[in-house]
Design a protein around this ligand. Structure first.
Ligand SMILES: NC(=O)c1ccc[n+]([C@@H]2O[C@H](COP(=O)([O-])OP(=O)(O)OC[C@H]3O[C@@H](n4cnc5c(N)ncnc54)[C@H](OP(=O)(O)O)[C@@H]3O)[C@@H](O)[C@H]2O)c1
Length: 290
């Protein structure tokens, strides 16, 4: 038991985070998990010697730092960090306030950044670790009505991509996990934020929101299956930098990749027209872990 990896999971009182924590404990891992409400977390998970519930304000560096210190002190190490806490925000950019967008970025983007900044000293000292950032298919192939959420998740995916290269030589792995729709509380009114400032011209945006709200409870993605994949991912010696989960996510990513290739071909002459010399196209990917 003692040689099994120690996990640290954010946003674990419900949804994917809760499902993952339960799966990990069932499989005998040691888990530190965060929530804004420790009581809700304990009520949802129960208690065990292998489980450290932590009340953490993900907006506070100090709160995150002390939670990581507590996990390190109790379990002696931290092997896997899952930046899971996050929520959706819908509305045309013009309909959302800067405060609403900034708050969403604070949890979806800056909280993972704070966690990474505070956990890296532990992982660097160990010369091992795996950071899993829960992004979304929206961060690669976004749809009408969710621009701010897509931008936040694109930031998570992009920082994961470069960070994977930055920390590879330190023995640390980074994966951006990009799920499609998952049957969690994500689309419930307790989690999702929709702009109250509706501008009539944005009918397609509002129709998109209605379609998503009607999907609540009927999403095809199973968080337990995602949790099982995450456990296997961490045991894989060559995890990918991007992992799209769900047939919906895979399909959207594949369609976007094809569209990107088509657009690159169509606009190639214009792209090349702005340089004085043609740089050779890399024959293989520029990052060995891709
Ligand atoms: N469900 C989907 O369709 C879907 C698809 C793609 C990606 N995702 C991503 O998957 C992750 C997990 O979401 P979920 O589907 O499990 O949704 P969920 O059931 O609503 O759970 C979200 C978790 O994030 C935390 N959280 C939400 N808002 C927060 C805030 N303002 N401050 C701090 N923590 C907050 C909550 O933690 P506490 O209440 O415990 O503090 C909660 O446990 C998110 O990053 C989400 O963007 C979800």
């Amino acid at each position: 038991m003692e040689n099994k990896k120690v996990w640290y999971v954010t946003g674990a009182s419900k949804g994917l985070g809760l499902t993952l924590v339960k799966e990990l404990l069932e499989q005998g891992y040691r888990v530190a998990a965060t929530s804004r409400c420790k009581n809700a977390l304990v009520e949802a998970v129960g208690s065990s010697d292998d489980f450290l519930p932590l009340e953490v304000d993900l907006g506070s560096e100090a709160s995150i730092a002390s939670s990581l210190q507590a996990a390190q002190t109790l379990f002696g190490r931290i092997d896997v960090v899952v930046n899971n806490a996050g929520y959706g925000i819908g509305g045309a950019i013009e309909e959302l306030s800067n405060e609403e967008i900034a708050l969403n970025f604070d949890i979806n983007v800056f909280a993972p950044i704070r966690v990474i900044q505070k956990v890296m000293p532990y992982l660097r000292a160990q010369r091992s670790g795996h950071i899993i950032n829960i992004s979304s298919i929206a961060g690669f192939a976004g749809v009408t009505g969710w621009a701010a959420y897509a931008a936040a998740k694109a930031a998570v995916t992009a920082l994961s991509e470069v960070m994977a290269q930055d920390v590879e030589s330190l023995g640390i792995k980074v994966t951006a996990v990009c799920p499609g729709a998952l049957k969690t509380q994500f689309l419930s009114s307790e989690s999702l934020v929709l702009s109250g400032n509706k501008i009539d011209d944005y009918q397609d945006v509002h129709s998109s929101h209605e379609r998503y709200l009607a999907m609540d409870g009927k999403q095809i993605g199973d968080p337990k299956k995602v949790a099982e994949v995450l456990v296997q991912l961490v045991e894989n010696p060559h995890p990918p930098v991007f992992l799209y989960l769900g047939s919906d996510a895979w399909g959207r990513a594949a369609a976007k990749a094809t569209h990107l290739c088509d657009q690159l071909d169509i606009w190639k002459n214009v792209s090349y027209s702005t340089t004085t010399a043609a740089v050779p196209v890399p024959q293989s990917s520029f990052h060995p872990s891709y």
